[in-house]
Design a protein around this ligand. Structure first.
Ligand SMILES: Nc1ncnc2c1ncn2[C@@H]1O[C@H](/C=C/CNC(=O)c2cc([N+](=O)[O-])cc(O)c2O)[C@@H](O)[C@H]1O
Ligand SMILES: [Mg+2]
Length: 214
C-alpha cells in the first residue's frame, strides 16, 4: 500500500526499537536506512561529529532546522543536560506527524519542542514565543538554499550571541556553497570543516562548525 518512506521508518522504529530508549531508536533508523532504504538522516558517521559538538557545548537552548523523521532530534535530545530544550522546525505536516511519534517513542518528548511551520516565518517569532534571548547551538539540516537566508535572519533577529555555534550538515553533498562562502569569508564567524561521508554511503560530505563572534 502507498506508505511513505517516513511512515516505513516509523513502522521499523515501533517494530525494532525499545520504547523509551533513544539510542535504540537511533540505531534502528541507521540499520534500516543503511540496509533497507536510504533516507536523509544525518546518520551514524556525521552523527558522531554532531554528538561531540553537542556534548562540548552543552546547550541550554538549541535550534534544529529541518526535523524530517526526527532522527537528529532524538540523537541530540538524548545528550542534552537537564532543563535544556531543543526546538526543531519542520514545515511538512506529514513529516512533522511522523517525527512527533519517533520523538515520543524514544522518550525524549520533554526535551524537544517541535514547531510545525516554515523557519522563515518562525525565526522572527522565537524570542517572543519562547522567552528566548539567544540560541547556544543551531543545527542546520533543512533545504540547503535556506541555510544562508535563515542564518542572516537569525543574526537580524538577535538570536545569535557571541559564542553561539552553527552546525551545518551537507556542506559538500548536496552542498550549500553560498552558506559556506559566507561563514568562511565573514569576519563575524570562525569556521571549521569536519570531513566525513554522506549518510550510509562512501560519498564525501561534511559538517561545518561556525562560531558567531558577535
Ligand atoms: N524552511 C524550512 N522550514 C522548516 N522545515 C523545512 C524548511 N525547509 C525544509 N524543511 C524540511 O526539512 C527537511 C529537508 C531537508 C533537506 N535535506 C536534504 O535535501 C538532504 C539531501 C541529502 N542528499 O540528497 O543526499 C542528504 C542530506 O543529509 C540532506 O539533509 C524536510 O523534512 C523539509 O520538510
Ligand atoms: Mg542532511
Amino acid at each position: 500500500y502507498g506508505s511513505t518512506r517516513p511512515e516505513r521508518i516509523l513502522a521499523e522504529v515501533k517494530r525494532k526499537a525499545t520504547r523509551g530508549d533513544a539510542r535504540s531508536v537511533v540505531d534502528t533508523i541507521d540499520q534500516y536506512c543503511r540496509h533497507q532504504e536510504w533516507a536523509m538522516n544525518v546518520g551514524d558517521e556525521k552523527g558522531t561529529i554532531l554528538d561531540s559538538i553537542v556534548c562540548e557545548v552543552k546547550p541550554r537552548a538549541m535550534l534544529e532546522l529541518g526535523t524530517y523523521c526526527g532522527y537528529s532530534a532524538v540523537r541530540i535530545a538524548s545528550l542534552l543536560p537537564p532543563n535544556s530544550r531543543l526546538i526543531t522546525m519542520e514545515f511538512n505536516p506529514v513529516f512533522a506527524a511522523i517525527a512527533r511519534q519517533v520523538i515520543a517513542w524514544a522518550g525524549v518528548e520533554d526535551k524537544v519542542v517541535l514547531i510545525e511551520g516554515p523557519s522563515g516565518d518562525w525565526i522572527p517569532k522565537m524570542k517572543k514565543e519562547f522567552g528566548l534571548t539567544s540560541f547556544d547551538l543551531v543545527f542546520l539540516d533543512h533545504w540547503k538554499d535556506c541555510y544562508l537566508p535563515d542564518t542572516k535572519l537569525m543574526e537580524e533577529c538577535g538570536l545569535l550571541r557571541t559564542g553561539s555555534i552553527l552546525v551545518a550538515d551537507n556542506v559538500i553533498c548536496p552542498g550549500a556553497p553560498d552558506y559556506l562562502e559566507y561563514v568562511r569569508g565573514s569576519p563575524r564567524y570562525e569556521s571549521k570543516y569536519f570531513r566525513s561521508h554522506l549518510e550510509y554511503t562512501t560519498v564525501e560530505d561534511g559538517i561545518e562548525k561556525s562560531v558567531f563572534l558577535g
